[in-house]
Design a protein around this ligand. Structure first.
Ligand SMILES: Cc1cc2nc3c(=O)[nH]c(=O)nc-3n(C[C@H](O)[C@H](O)[C@H](O)COP(=O)(O)OP(=O)(O)OC[C@H]3O[C@@H](n4cnc5c(N)ncnc54)[C@H](O)[C@@H]3O)c2cc1C
Length: 336
């Protein structure tokens, strides 16, 4: 039986650890409970939002609608054929539990995405990525619930319009779809992607390429570089790496030959972290918020900050980078 809670505190439900309340809050395990919730008179006409692990959201005030959180945690191999295995996981499964499930069984394809916080349901929304891999590489289909129509639909990978930290769920289906489950297609004969940063050296140190060793290597590199939200509130990369026109990249390269840049669809991708660092923000603290001292893409809550303070800092960084480099940074984090 679905149940609505009033005035739910969200401080412990977001990795920034900023305070906020949801006027209405409910958990759901499946489609039936969503049907129930959306039939209740209290929810009629209310805006709604899905909160997964809260590791990519910033609350800048209370949420005056219905906050829904998936709690379904079923995960199983649903099909095996030749070299591939399909695994279906419900939206409420912790992303890294899913990765561990695959790695323990020798299913390859998600080991580079080890250690990313959050839930399975958010993975297709964000098209999470790390160490040269993205969720879209292994997503076969996404099961969604459409509250307006009270129907369930299955979207194939091609229908999800995946891009860099982007998908149909952030565009045409924004505010219209709730992810119920994701089916992934994994490989029994994995081809490892180790060409990113120090990964290959770390994997060699651990004894060579296997899903288990890649997972251990990725987690150890991540732990060395990224702040633990349980200790220092943050939501990972606050900004996306900007893609600029080739001429703009060339102009910057002429001024800063050491500036990292990569070919990307639509132009040249620059490293937002490098721009922020070069503009002098890395490690800078402003009251209760700041920029992490090892990773300039990460904004942190030093304790007791409000979401609006984090957003204010982000705006100042965006303005400064625009002034110094003529590059407009976009936020990766979902601001509410
Ligand atoms: C320390 C740290 C490191 C990180 N490293 C990485 C990284 O390497 N790569 C990377 O890509 N990200 C990274 N992130 C960001 C974050 O972990 C991912 O974006 C993750 O997918 C967010 O999952 P979540 O469940 O916490 O989503 P939330 O923050 O709860 O939600 C994110 C968005 O997804 C939507 N959403 C969530 N669940 C559903 C659902 N079931 N149906 C519909 N919409 C939904 C929300 O409405 C919101 O818009 C990092 C974050 C932290 C704190």
């Amino acid at each position: 039986m679905a149940e609505i809670v009033r005035d739910k505190a969200l401080e412990a439900l977001n990795t920034f650890g900023v305070p906020a309340f949801a006027r209405y809050y409910a958990v759901f395990a499946d489609r039936r409970q969503l049907d129930e919730l959306f039939s209740m008179p209290e929810t009629e006409g209310l805006p709604w939002y899905v909160l997964g692990g809260g590791s990519n959201v910033l609350f800048t005030g209370d949420y005056e609608g219905l906050m829904l959180q998936p709690v379904g945690k079923r995960m199983e191999a649903v099909e095996e054929s030749g070299e591939t295995v399909s695994v279906r996981a419900e939206a409420g499964v912790v992303w890294d539990d899913f990765v561990r499930f695959c790695v323990e069984r020798g299913y390859g394809g998600v080991e580079n995405l080890s250690g990313i916080p959050g839930s399975v349901g958010a993975a297709p929304v964000q098209n999470v990525g790390a160490y040269g891999a993205e969720a879209k590489d292994v997503i076969r289909e996404v099961e969604i619930y459409l509250p307006q129509e009270r129907t369930v639909r299955m979207l194939r990978r091609e229908e999800c319009a995946f891009g860099y930290r982007d998908s149909v769920f952030k565009r045409e289906l924004k505010g219209r779809a709730i992810v119920l489950s994701v089916t992934f297609e994994l490989s029994r004969m994995p081809v490892f992607r180790l060409g990113y940063g120090d990964l290959v050296q770390e994997v060699e140190r651990l004894g060579g390429a296997s899903p288990e060793n890649v997972r251990r290597a990725v987690i150890s590199i991540r732990n060395a570089k990224l702040p633990d939200p349980a200790v220092l509130g943050n939501s990972g990369s606050f900004f996306k790496n900007p893609v600029v026109a080739p001429e703009a990249a060339e102009r910057l390269k002429a001024r800063y030959p050491e500036m990292p840049s990569y070919p990307a669809p639509g132009g040249v991708k620059l490293a937002a972290g490098w721009l922020i660092d070069r503009a002098g923000w890395k490690g800078r603290r402003e009251g209760r918020v700041g920029v992490h001292d090892r990773q300039a893409l990460v904004l942190v809550n030093h304790g007791g900050a409000a979401g609006s303070e984090v957003l204010e800092l982000a705006r100042r960084i965006v303005a400064d980078v625009a002034e110094k480099f003529g590059v407009e940074l976009e936020l990766e984090v979902n601001v509410l």
